[in-house]
Design a protein around this ligand. Structure first.
Ligand code: GLC
Length: 757
């Protein structure tokens, strides 16, 4: 196989905001998107149809550069890219000239056949975080990964690849941060010094261009903000989707679904969502209902609605080959399915048996798919679970010869699930009018946050999977996916009662809180674990509902800045080595204020690390100084959760579903601290897109430790808060006699001063 290197610069020109550099072997294009984002695209055969599934922004129209005999230099207010002419190398520096990331001096970018790779210098002590849904440690140094969306049942805490592709990582060294997004949907590779001599890291793809975006902002949060500026941010989720979700493969009949929903209400365990897995369909035909077991879908939905429940139904991409089945007939007639090069439709086996696969890369196919959801929305479904969209087929080996339009599968496989989720989102958004659909997908590519939530697929009911799941959630958050869940309890196997309880406690602090289990497993609902455990599970689900005002405001942050709800400590404490210690790497911030420590179900005490700041244990108000390792109690009734001193957490009283009005009191909890703090409180109707037109309620709550005052900014937006009363609940003010004193502020408008006792 031929090895080609990018070679020496022979000439360059700048036109329409693109600096094009030619060598004998390749062409490189440089674009500037913002002072902190520079795109480099190195190709052998540049395709002028320069499209991206991920990127939603345009480059700047023009920029300056300097040329010397050795280099072409581009300088922004934040970043300097120095392009070495011979041999062609791309080296990034801070505006002050400190090296952030450099091509390896020996190899740079090269091709082995069609595979393109870029070798880069590995810095001393350099760490890497990101890549989304990848197993292994928080710090990816010394590990290598492949992106190839894969149905991964029975995956282990070491399996790779899994279901999703996010070719975006953040590098940390010398107190500096940078990010790199390889926007290439071919099978791609990232090696963070796994098999080299501690000098080189490399990344590349089996085909296409070496097309990357370099992020030079300082601070991980700022890089995430830039990455989600480039690839889009999530919409506000429907409020109901933040409630507790109960799923199973499968509740086998409408009666069973209703019965489970009724049991939640009878036992007063809050919940919002029931699911129908594949068995609600007639013979697994998408957009049908089983006439025997789900004879009157509208009646089912009406009854659920009367109990304040929403229903989410599953859809898979595989369309059963069966004449007379509407979607099959239409797909054949209109030529909507993936094909072999001779024009024959590709057939693979999935749940319904022989299936064809819609070509979601075509707009007309996406529209057709989207419009078909009336079969589900008609009776009242508002949530749509997209599964098996890697795409999966039994045998896992869809031939590489299969084509989607003019592209062979290897080029676009990693984006297939994202395009299915997009078709589902766009279609259901249109049908539902001004209502927000809830879309959940298993396969994804960068940018999927614009359309859908994700879950991490078929995990197993073990402690190791619970801890892995948290790392996956935290890592997905780095790559723009804030609305993320895992199968609480583990999809396969049967968790012990202790593990179920522990995992449910963690579920309270998981952006999407869904209990799900494989066919044939023991029932998993909260009352299946004995009376005592039921009580703990109920209390934790109640805690979730209490936290909804805080959680919703945290999702607003994701909507505004891209910062995820579940945040690895590496976002804020990027150069604190304890954060990367395997003992502590699963800890995370849930929003701005809460630090959550996942603990195995077999451990009742745990060594934990509290980073910089001071902390209070949520359950006891016990005070801890940060930057220390402490051993804390971790009984099954009390997962270790800490609140940062100075934090502001708005809560509400327990409701049984998000559709319940509640008692109208917003309880603003404040934990004493030495540093001034503020919290952006956000609320809207939780249902519609009116918030995009300014119909929301937003105000800043401020805590001033010097004057011991709390103040509220004027309200922004046109929405009337559903809370009529504000209560301030104070923690840790004991020394000045204000412990847990409640001050009411009925108008919600005036400044509230805390009075020293
Ligand atoms: C896949 C999904 C799982 C689902 C099952 C049946 O394994 O990952 O969540 O329950 O298919 O539809």
């Amino acid at each position: 196989m031929n090895l080609q290197i990018a070679g020496n610069v022979q000439g360059f020109k700048q036109q329409e905001g693109i600096l094009t550099i030619k060598t004998a072997e390749a062409e490189a294009r440089v674009y500037i998107y913002s002072p902190t984002i520079i795109r480099v695209n190195i190709s052998k055969n540049f395709n002028p149809d320069d499209t991206s599934f991920a990127v939603v922004r345009q480059p700047l129209a023009d920029f300056d550069f300097d040329e010397s005999s050795a280099n072409i230099d581009i300088t922004t207010s934040a970043l300097k890219l120095s392009i070495q002419k011979s041999s062609l190398r791309f080296n990034f520096f801070t505006a002050g000239g400190i090296s952030l990331s450099e091509d390896d001096a020996r190899f740079g970018t090269n091709w082995q056949g069609e595979r393109v790779t870029c070798y880069r210098r590995l810095f001393e002590g350099e760490r890497f975080i990101g890549l989304g849904e990848k197993t292994g440690n928080l710090d990816r140094r010394g590990a290598a990964y492949v992106n190839w969306n894969t149905d991964a049942p029975n995956h282990t805490p070491d399996s790779d690849p899994l279901y999703k592709t996010f070719p975006f990582f953040i590098g940390l060294h010398s107190g500096l941060t940078y990010g790199l997004f390889l926007d290439n949907t071919h099978k791609s590779y990232f090696d963070f010094g796994a098999s080299t001599d501690e000098e080189t890291s490399w990344f590349g793809a089996d085909g296409g261009d070496l097309n990357y975006y370099f992020f030079g902002a300082q601070g991980v949060a700022k890089i995430i903000e830039d990455y989600t500026w480039l690839t889009g941010r999530m919409e506000m989720p429907p409020l109901w989707s933040l409630g507790y979700q109960q799923c199973r493969w499968s509740y086998m009949s409408a009666d069973e679904v209703l019965n489970i929903a009724q049991t939640f209400r009878k036992k007063q365990i809050p919940a919002d969502v029931m699911y129908c897995d594949i068995d609600y369909m007639d013979d697994f035909k998408i957009f049908t209902w089983n006439k025997k077991t789900f004879p009157k879908p509208k009646q089912l939905l009406d009854k659920l609605k009367a109990m304040n429940f929403k229903l989410v139904t599953i859809v898979d991409p595989g369309i059963k080959v069966e004449q007379g089945y509407k979607e099959y007939d239409e797909g054949i007639e209109r030529d909507y399915f993936a094909k072999y090069p001779d024009g024959e439709n590709y057939t693979g086996y999935v749940w319904p048996g022989r299936c064809h696969f819609p070509d979601f890369f075509r707009e007309d196919v996406r529209e057709w798919w989207g419009a078909a959801f009336t079969a589900l929305t008609g009776p009242g479904v508002e949530g749509f679970w997209n599964d098996m969209n890697e795409p999966a087929a039994w045998g896992q080996n869809i031939p590489w010869l299969v084509k989607f339009g003019d592209k062979f599968m290897p080029e676009v496989r990693n984006a297939y699930g994202m395009q299915m989720a997009r078709a589902t989102y766009e279609g259901t958004r249109k049908i539902l009018g001004n209502k927000r659909p809830f879309v959940l997908t298993r396969a994804a590519y960068s940018g999927t946050q614009r359309y859908s939530a994700v879950w991490t697929g078929d995990n197993t009911g073990t402690d190791a999977h619970m801890l892995l799941g948290q790392r996956l959630v935290n890592s997905l958050g780095i790559t723009g996916m804030s609305f993320v869940g895992v199968d609480i309890g583990g999809f396969s196997g049967n968790p012990t009662p202790e593990l179920m309880v522990r995992w449910n406690s963690l579920g309270t602090y998981t952006p999407m809180f869904r209990n799900h289990a494989i066919q044939g497993s023991k029932m998993r609902e909260p009352w299946e674990w004995g009376k005592d455990n039921e009580k703990i599970i109920k209390k934790d689900i109640e805690q979730r509902y209490k936290l909804l005002p805080y959680l919703y405001s945290s999702f607003y942050q994701s909507n505004q800045t891209g910062l995820p709800v579940s945040r690895t400590l590496a976002i804020e404490h990027s150069f604190d080595e304890n954060v990367f210690d395997e003992r502590f790497q699963n800890e995370f911030m849930f929003g701005d204020a809460m630090l959550v420590v996942p603990v195995k179900s077999t451990k009742l005490t745990e060594d934990i690390y509290l980073p910089k700041g001071s902390w209070y244990r949520l359950s006891s108000n016990e005070f801890y100084e940060g930057e220390q390792i402490v051993n804390v109690s971790a009984p099954l009734t009390d997962l270790p959760v800490f609140v940062k001193a100075g934090s502001i957490i708005p809560m509400q009283s327990v409701v049984q579903s998000t559709n319940e009005k509640g008692d109208g009191a917003l309880q603003v909890h404040i934990w004493n601290g030495n540093e001034a703090n503020s919290f952006i409180y956000y609320e809207d109707d939780g249902v519609s897109y009116d918030y995009e037109q300014g119909v929301y309620y937003k105000r800043v709550i401020r805590f001033d430790p010097v004057n011991k005052s709390i103040s509220l900014s004027a309200v922004e937006g046109e929405f009337k808060s559903r809370f009529m009363q504000l209560k301030f609940v104070l923690h840790g003010f004991g020394g000045i006699g204000l412990k847990d004193e409640i001050i009411e502020n009925k108008s919600g408008e005036v400044e509230v001063m805390l009075i020293r006792a």
